[in-house]
Design a protein around this ligand. Sequence first.
Ligand code: GDP
Ligand code: MG
Length: 162
Amino acid sequence: AVGVLAVVGRPNVGKSTLVNRILGRRAAVVEDTPGVTRDRVSYDAEWAGTDFKLVDTGGWEADVEGIESSIASQAEIAVQLADAVLLVVDGTVGLTASDERIVKMIRQSGKPVTLAVNKVDSQADEYLSAEFWKLGLGEPFGISAMHGRGIGDLLDEALEKL
Ligand code: GDP
Ligand code: MG
C-alpha cells in the first residue's frame, strides 16, 4: 500500500494551496475565509517517482466547540490514519499558541512530522522560518505554496518519513 501523508495546521495557513501545488491541479478548495475545508479529503499524489496519498484537512484549533471541534477531530483522525504528518504554519503570522497545541497533538500520535513554514514568498523572507526551530521538530522548511517555492526540498524530506 502507498504511504499516507496528512497535511495539518491552523485554518488559513495555506494547507489547501499546498495540496494543490503538490497535485499540480486545483483539487482542494482554497478560500480567504478561514476554515473552509470542513472534512478530510484524500488525493492520489506522486512526487519524484513516489506514489502516496495526500490528505487535506480542515484547520485544527484546540478547545473549540460545536462545528469547529468536529473539524479539529477530522484533523486528529487524519493524523491517526497517516503514516507521516506535514505540519503547515504561517511564517507571516509567526508561532502561535494554536501551533504549539497542534504540535502536542501530533507528538501524542507518535507520527513522524515535517514542518513547512508557508508564505515565505521570497528569499528575503527566509528569516521568518527561524523562530519555528523552537517547536523542536527539526528544520523548518520555508516555502511558498502560492509561488511554488521550496516545495521540492520539503517533499524530499516528508516522503522520506513515509
Ligand atoms: P487553509 O485554510 O490552510 O487550507 O488555507 P488556504 O490554502 O485556503 O489559503 C488561505 C489563504 O492564504 C488564501 O488566501 C491563500 O491564497 C493564501 N496563501 C496560501 N499559500 C500562500 C503563500 O504561499 N503565500 C501567500 N502570500 N499567501 C498564501
Ligand atoms: Mg483548506
